[in-house]
Write a protein that binds this ligand. Structure first.
Ligand code: 5AD
Ligand code: FES
Length: 350
């Protein structure tokens, strides 16, 4: 097998087998070829516009114990916060002021935010004319249905890893089947569904990452967000090796080759690991950035991992900063909502 041939074929057919994916993931010499092919596919299918999604991190309280995550319940060192409905809405108003068209409400699995509490917030955000993405973890089908009826458009729930044993090791008390159930419910309810994985978890293999990419295709995801696992000193995985960017870029670029028209963010974790990580991601298949509009203490305390890029920045500056950086690489900020547009692939609509 020759990586360049496989990449050239995938650029045309958007298919690769698990072994072929593994071959490319292993071949670090193929990076330039892979990233350039993913960049061409991105341009052909989703164009040069970059969609900006304003992130509101509304609660860092979480009932779960994910071994990699700084928000996990057993982390007693983290000061906890929960924004009020008024605070969340004020941030959504600011997102409109800054010119964003999508708001992403992200939080830990905080039992305070029942459907009863969330539905009025969702309705009020939707009344501002924004597209709304939710990222609040595992809920019942009834809750997902209630959020959808209230107007939510999209939902992000990373599978984190498709290796069931690894998933259950790193997410104690959680079940892989329930995670899958959530993703299926969200699809059936008509959400645009985003998922994704952590890259570089201890004992995760490249074969497992190859399977993750095939899972994205099987799920027919609308969005895939992924990034390097960054060890957090306040978690059990604190002594894991320092993260690197390239493996995430490889998984992301291969995802672009196989799912050519989906939305793929250049993630904050990528920027945290390498100062120009997001720009490199945007040149290797990504077409979305999620600037954080959360303010004050909350902005600092949504600490999934240490050194989060832009945590100390003033959120009113992000749009200008990003627009300038995008201009330098020949890209523009989208003025639309940036929904997933399914494109014909070689004349066939799939
Ligand atoms: N490093 C990188 N990403 C992390 N996440 C959680 N903890 C970490 C970490 N230590 C990611 C998870 C989650 C998303 C919101 O943040 O993939 O789904
Ligand atoms: Fe909150 Fe994992 S620690 S969902």
């Amino acid at each position: 097998m020759n990586s360049a041939d496989l990449i050239a074929r995938a650029e045309q057919t958007h298919t690769l087998t698990e072994d072929e994916l593994l071959h490319i993931l292993t071949d670090t010499q193929a990076d330039a070829t892979l990233f350039a092919a993913a960049d061409r596919v991105r341009k052909k299918y989703v164009g040069d516009e970059v969609h900006l999604r304003a992130l509101i991190e509304f609660s860092n309280i979480c009932k779960n114990q994910c071994l990699y995550c700084g928000l996990q319940a057993q982390n007693k060192e983290l000061p906890r916060y929960r924004l009020t409905a008024e605070q969340i809405l004020a941030l959504a108003h600011k997102a409109v002021e800054y010119g964003y068209k999508t708001v992403v409400m992200q939080g830990g699995e905080d039992p305070f935010f029942t459907a009863e509490v969330l539905v009025p917030i969702i309705k009020q955000i939707k009344a501002l004319g924004l597209a709304l993405t939710l990222s609040l973890g595992e809920r019942t089908r009834e809750d997902y249905a209630a959020f959808k009826t209230a107007g939510a458009d999209r939902y992000l729930l990373r599978i984190e890893t498709t290796d069931k044993a690894l998933y259950e090791k790193y997410n104690p008390g959680m079940s892989f089947e329930n995670r899958l159930r959530c993703l299926r419910d969200l699809k059936e309810l008509g959400y645009e569904v985003g998922t994704g994985v952590l890259v570089g978890l201890p004992v995760q293999t490249l074969r497992s990452l190859a399977k993750d990419i095939l899972f994205f295709k099987e799920l027919d995801a609308d969005m895939i967000g992924l990034g390097p696992f960054i060890p957090n000193p306040q978690t059990p995985l604190k002594d894991a090796p320092a993260p690197v960017l390239e493996p995430s870029l490889r998984v992301m670029a291969l995802t672009r080759l196989l799912l050519p028209d989906i939305n793929i963010p250049a993630t904050t974790a990528m920027e945290t690991v390498t100062p120009d990580g997001r720009i490199r991601a945007l040149q290797s298949g990504a077409n979305v950035v999620m600037p954080n509009v959360t303010e004050g203490e909350a902005r600092l305390n949504y600490a999934l991992y240490p050194g989060k890029a832009c945590a100390g920045e003033d959120p009113s500056k992000c749009r200008g900063c990003l627009t300038a950086k995008l201009y330098l690489i020949g890209r523009t900020v989208s003025t639309g909502y940036g929904f997933h547009k399914r494109m014909p692939r070689n004349g066939i609509i799939v």
